[in-house]
Write a protein that binds this ligand. Structure first.
Ligand code: PMP
Length: 483
């Protein structure tokens, strides 16, 4: 039982006079100290605090809920593709804060746009006080998103964008059931969590929302259906079977990532997305494509659906949309979007004008050669990673699009059972490789349903020599680990 005892460390808020001095480290800045001894304590601790990595991490231990990962690199400062920690170490960032800072950390144009909006006003609730920045971003998204996607709802994160998209699909179709992909990821709030196809994220958190079923992902490397042979897109046909066996026929939506991110950078075969859309429509549902991780240039097109010539009915976005300022959106054609009536949905902070100003600048920056860079560097990266597959038995598969690449690590001695399609995943090796990369000053993601995929998702501004460093860092890490 938690006791109700008062917190002995609780301190009054410093007076304005004292607060003014908190960051003043000059010798004679003692004004106001005697007036407030608790605030004086704050001044002293802040003055003496030149944080090192350990200080930051130990405060996290004490004051931040313990959900963060051990493969951490504290950030004091970040610029383009380089982050610096509190001990003065520099790292090449090949993960972009989970695929977010697509136009580079602290991109000047984005920072300037946000600052300029800050000078005007920060908040008015964009659903109470219409403002020019949100209006402009809505119009801009209608221009840059595919097909007839035209009207957006702005929120603050990916999970909210997904949940809003589900609400809209339900409202528009009048149906309830939703189908998502096994191993897919759509967020961690309870609605999105129900769609996320990974029990590891759900343990001890259920029940989530009802009426969700899952279908096999287009995971060629471990596909039981085509058994490593010619891909017949059988996984798309599976949708038909799952609708028939797992639903009551009241289909509101099918939601998919066009390239699966957290599941392990899984690129579907040609024709898969079109077929999924077709089957979904045949059953009266809407196709929601979750571009939270793949959007804003990540795959070498502004949106990943552009690779597959498929226009979704609703598209969720977040992460790269404002290059790090918290913003999410879902966008639909007018005839679907207009199913929402006033009061059906809202968010106090959603469409914050500072974040929206940053998004407008991000889109401008992306259209200034950065998406092309992602495409070109991605082609080179894909070729380089393929050579690792030949060089190392532990590299089972490499795959990706643009600057979203995965390297799947396996135990080459396994997989001998006739039922095995591929060798067993090796998450321990992946963890060690991540640590060895960090020791070389390279931040890379580790992910995948089996936690055995090394993720290349750098800022899309990355230069060839930096990418080269990342690839040779991985090669060195692999050599050391298997020696
Ligand atoms: N959808 C996808 C495809 C994602 O990759 C993520 C985050 N990794 C989310 C939704 C959830 O986004 P957020 O963490 O901003 O809620």
């Amino acid at each position: 039982m938690i006791s109700d005892e008062p917190n002995p460390n609780r301190r009054p808020i410093a007076s304005a006079l004292v607060r003014q001095n908190i960051y003043d480290t000059s010798e004679n800045s003692t004004q106001g100290r005697e007036s407030d001894s608790a605030a004086f304590h704050i001044i002293m601790s802040k003055q003496s605090m030149k944080p090192r990595n350990d200080d930051v991490v130990s405060r996290y231990d004490d004051y931040v809920m313990p959900i963060w990962k051990t493969l951490n690199v504290p950030i004091k400062h970040a610029s383009n593709c380089v982050v610096e920690d509190y001990n003065g170490n520099e790292y090449l960032d090949v993960f972009s804060g989970i695929s977010v800072t697509n136009v580079g950390h602290n991109n000047e144009a984005v920072v300037e746009a946000a600052k300029s909006q800050l000078d005007k006003f920060v908040h008015g609730c964009s659903y109470v006080h219409p403002n020019q920045t949100v209006a402009e971003l809505g119009e801009r998204l209608a221009e840059v998103t595919p097909g007839k996607l035209a009207k957006s709802f702005f929120c603050n994160s990916g999970t909210e964008a997904v949940e809003g998209a589900i609400k809209l699909a339900r409202k528009h179709t009048g149906s309830k059931e939703v189908i998502a992909l096994e191993m897919g990821f759509h967020g961690r709030t309870l609605g999105s969590l129900s769609l996320t196809g990974n029990s590891a994220y759900k343990k001890e958190m259920a029940p989530t929302i009802n009426d969700v079923a899952h279908v096999a992902p287009p995971y060629a490397y471990r596909c039981q259906m085509c058994d490593g042979g010619f891909c017949s897109c059988a996984c798309a046909e599976e949708l038909e079977r799952v609708i028939g066996t797992h639903t009551s026929g009241d289909l509101a939506a099918v939601i998919v990532e066009p390239v699966m991110g957290e599941g392990g950078i899984i690129v579907p075969p040609e024709g898969w997305l079109q077929r999924v859309k077709e089957i979904t429509h045949n059953h009266g549902g809407l196709l929601i494509v979750d571009e939270v991780q793949t959007g804003y240039g990540r795959t070498g097109e502004l949106f990943a659906v552009d690779h597959f010539d498929t226009v979704p009915d609703i598209m969720s976005q977040a992460k790269g949309i404002a290059n790090g300022l918290p913003l999410g959106a879902f966008t639909a054609p007018a005839e679907i979007a207009n199913s929402f009536e006033p009061g059906d949905h809202l968010s106090t902070f959603g469409g914050n004008p500072v974040a929206c100003a940053a998004a407008l600048a991000t889109i401008d920056e992306l259209q200034d050669g950065i998406v092309e860079n992602a495409r070109d560097q991605g082609v080179w990266l894909g070729e380089q990673l393929a050579t690792l597959e030949d060089e190392f038995d532990v590299v089972g598969d490499t795959r990706g699009l643009g600057l979203m690449y995965g390297v799947e690590l396996v135990d080459p001695k396994s997989g001998t059972d006739p039922m095995d399609v591929a060798p067993d995943p090796d998450p321990t090796l992946a963890k060690h490789i991540g640590e060895r990369l960090r020791d070389q000053g390279i931040v890379m993601g580790i992910g995948g349903y089996h936690k055995n995929v090394i993720r290349f998702q750098p800022p899309l501004t990355i230069k060839r020599d930096q990418l080269q460093r990342a690839v040779s860092g991985l090669r060195t890490a692999l050599e050391v680990e298997i020696a």
